[in-house]
Ligand binder design. Structure first.
Ligand SMILES: C[S@@+](CC[C@H](N)C(=O)[O-])C[C@H]1O[C@@H](n2cnc3c(N)ncnc32)[C@H](O)[C@@H]1O
Length: 295
């Protein structure tokens, strides 16, 4: 376990200066992603060490925790990965060519016909591909990501008042945060082999279904089912043995409690942001699991 390094004493500043400085440091996610961790972020950040060598986020999605850590300057290096290549393309394009992404995105309008035209398009250039996913994420139904068996995006048009399609300052801040970050399409287990003592990993897997009738989350038509969750618990255990800080969030189910019993999961209440059923958007209880952690 890493000894937590004390925060440096700060010079006296006014509240206005502090608020302004905090806002300037905040980097916000550029994608809304199912299971986005915006609201749970403070609890997860408390579990992570003050000083991290390499920070790994192997189910990166909207990267809420990575962007929060950037603001706090908590790590030296970062490795972001996900099995979804479209998602990884967005982060790589922002890293390499934010101007190109903004150029493509700023031409796109919120309009149903335009939505279906963009949805059917298959751009080749990286910046155009990234702009397409950012656009579909902002204007598609509930910000969902879903593809059919042929791998084609099939989320219908979403109804919004005035969606901000191209938030240039936010995109530029994210691009800045992504400089020098390694971004990979990878399975979670393979990437975790690289973590050692002094590093930290945050896992936000597709959640276990909370009821017997609910289905396992599917990615590319492959369910992230119980054997996948068992494989993840094995990876978590390997990191624990190697002295790596690992933090994981998941739904509060008997299976999650059983798989992580040795690490004493902690119950937390979370407001859910994305759910196709508006009645199911209230608070739910989730579990946070941490080992070799900071708090
Ligand atoms: C719940 S989301 C992550 C949410 C994210 N942490 C956020 O703040 O928005 C789960 C992610 O896991 C990815 N995924 C599914 N199976 C995976 C696997 N075997 N290895 C790596 N990523 C996987 C999905 O593509 C998806 O982006």
């Amino acid at each position: 376990m890493l000894p937590s390094s004390p925060r440096k004493p700060r010079a006296a500043t006014t509240i206005a200066e502090n608020t302004k400085a905090a806002r300037a440091k905040t980097v916000k996610p550029v994608l809304k992603w199912a299971g986005g961790k915006g609201r749970l972020a403070p609890r997860i950040l408390d579990k992570l060490p003050e000083h991290i060598g390499t920070y790994f986020e192997p189910f990166v999605g909207g990267a809420a925790i990575f962007f929060a850590l950037v603001g706090e300057r908590r790590f030296e290096r970062a490795v972001l990965s996900d099995k979804n290549p479209d998602l990884v393309t967005v982060y790589r394009a922002l890293q390499a060519d934010v101007d190109g992404v903004i150029r493509h995105l700023s031409r796109l309008k919120y309009d149903e016909e335009e939505y279906y035209r963009i949805r059917a398009a298959k751009p080749r250039a990286r910046a155009a591909k990234a702009a397409r996913l950012l656009y579909l994420n902002k204007t598609g139904y509930n910000g969902l990501y879903r593809v059919n068996r042929a791998g084609e995006f099939n989320v219908p048009f979403g109804r919004y008042k005035n969606p901000k399609i191209c938030d240039e300052p936010r995109l530029r801040k994210a691009a800045q945060a992504l400089q020098d970050v390694r971004i990979e399409v990878a399975d979670f287990a393979a990437i975790c082999d690289e973590a050692g003592p002094g590093d930290a990993v945050y896992f936000d897997p597709p959640y276990l279904p909370v009821s017997k009738t609910a289905r396992f989350a599917e990615y590319f038509n492959q369910p992230f089912d119980l054997p996948e969750h068992e494989r993840l618990a094995q990876t978590f255990g390997d990191l624990a043995k190697r002295g790596v800080c690992a933090v994981l969030s998941n739904s509060d189910t008997p299976d999650t409690r059983r798989l992580y019993r040795a690490y004493k999961p902690q119950k937390v209440q979370v407001a859910r942001a994305i759910n196709s059923n508006p009645k199911a958007r209230g608070a739910v209880s989730e579990l946070l699991v941490a080992v070799n952690a900071g708090g």
